[in-house]
Design a protein around this ligand. Structure first.
Ligand code: ADP
Ligand code: MG
Length: 308
């Protein structure tokens, strides 16, 4: 659906994007994750044809952005990082304007507003909006066209938690309809919640590209589990350690531990039960994505392979 082929972008002396290649499949939610200034916005602008790559090329459905930008652009809806609307307009007027521009009926605009929780602010002028309301309106506009591809730059910045949930719901619906979604964010929580695949960008380079699950597994080979008992006995600590539990930490109800292989947890669990332990709860402690992300960046700075 989208092919980014050895793309670089130079602004004067700044090499903002360095030899980046990736492909996005139809129906996928693809996230560009990276710190501020890493080149995400520049990549998105090249995807939508607002910037020309210094080197390399972008293909949308096999159409070369450098040659047939207008045709390729018709398939895309783009949410820029900063959106400005005239302050003297109201939300209804804005969505009607864009709906007309795209040849859609006016009901489409109202529906998009409702989806983003903007159904009841019709009388307010945009000049009186909070940052969160502006972002909701920008999202409603971006969700308007019947484009196959949505490209969104920091879509949840400024949104309150309810707005974030509404956004995620719309993204899930669009994904179910087979739309292709590319978004840039520096928010790990956002990535974890909606990404199918994640491209980690650092200093203009693609340092990792994989599913979010694989990314966690590649970076953190050891897992942490917790187990709690109806009644904790000292003997079970030893049983767990003899069966492969590492870095075991006890508390009043049970303990947490790591294992080298994910399968080892079953061995430990069985051994505990065989020794008469009455297990109350057992589960995996998810490593925070922040940790994963820092490790990827550390590894990339050292020049290690991070699973590309
Ligand atoms: P991100 O979206 O990841 O925060 P950007 O793509 O906005 O990163 O910026 C990447 C780098 O390119 C930064 O060093 C930024 O200062 C630089 N840059 C972005 N836009 C321009 C521009 N129009 N002119 C010169 N430098 C720019
Ligand atoms: Mg940006």
């Amino acid at each position: 659906m989208i092919t980014v082929d050895r793309v670089s972008k130079q602004y004067g002396k700044t090499l903002a994007v360095r030899d980046v290649s990736f492909e996005v499949d139809r129906g996928e939610v693809f996230v560009l994750l990276g710190p501020n200034g890493s080149g995400k916005t520049t990549i998105l602008k090249m995807l939508v044809g607002l910037l020309r790559p210094t080197r390399g090329r972008v293909l949308i459905d096999k159409l070369d952005m450098g040659k047939v930008a207008t045709e390729a652009r018709e398939r895309i809806s783009y949410l820029p990082q900063r959106v400005l609307f005239p302050e003297t307009l109201k939300s209804g007027e804005v969505v009607h304007f864009y709906a007309q521009l795209r040849g859609l009926n006016s009901g489409t605009g109202e529906r998009a507003l409702r989806e983003m929780g903007m159904g009841d602010v019709g009388e307010k002028f945009i000049g009186e909006y909070s940052g969160g309301m502006l972002q909701r309106l920008a999202l409603a506009v971006a969700f308007l066209p019947k484009a196959d591809i949505l490209i969104m730059d920091e879509p949840t910045v400024n949104l309150d938690p309810e707005g974030v949930l509404q956004f995620r719901r719309v993204i899930r619906q669009l994904r179910e309809k087979g739309k292709t979604i590319v978004l840039a964010t520096h928010l790990l929580s956002e990535t974890e919640a909606i990404a199918d695949r994640v491209a980690v960008i650092d200093e203009g380079r693609l340092v990792s590209l994989q599913s979010i699950e694989k990314m966690k597994k590649a970076i953190l080979p050891t897992y942490r589990f917790y187990v709690t008992f109806l009644e904790l006995r000292e003997a079970w600590v030893k049983v767990a350690e003899e069966n492969g539990a590492k870095d075991l930490l006890t508390d009043s109800r049970g303990f947490t531990f790591s294992t080298e292989r994910i399968e080892d947890r079953f061995k430990i669990l069985n051994a505990l039960v065989e020794n008469g332990a009455q297990i109350e709860r057992f589960g995996t402690l998810e490593p925070p994505l922040e940790e994963v992300y820092m490790k990827i960046l550390e590894k990339s700075h050292r020049g290690d392979d991070v699973g590309l």
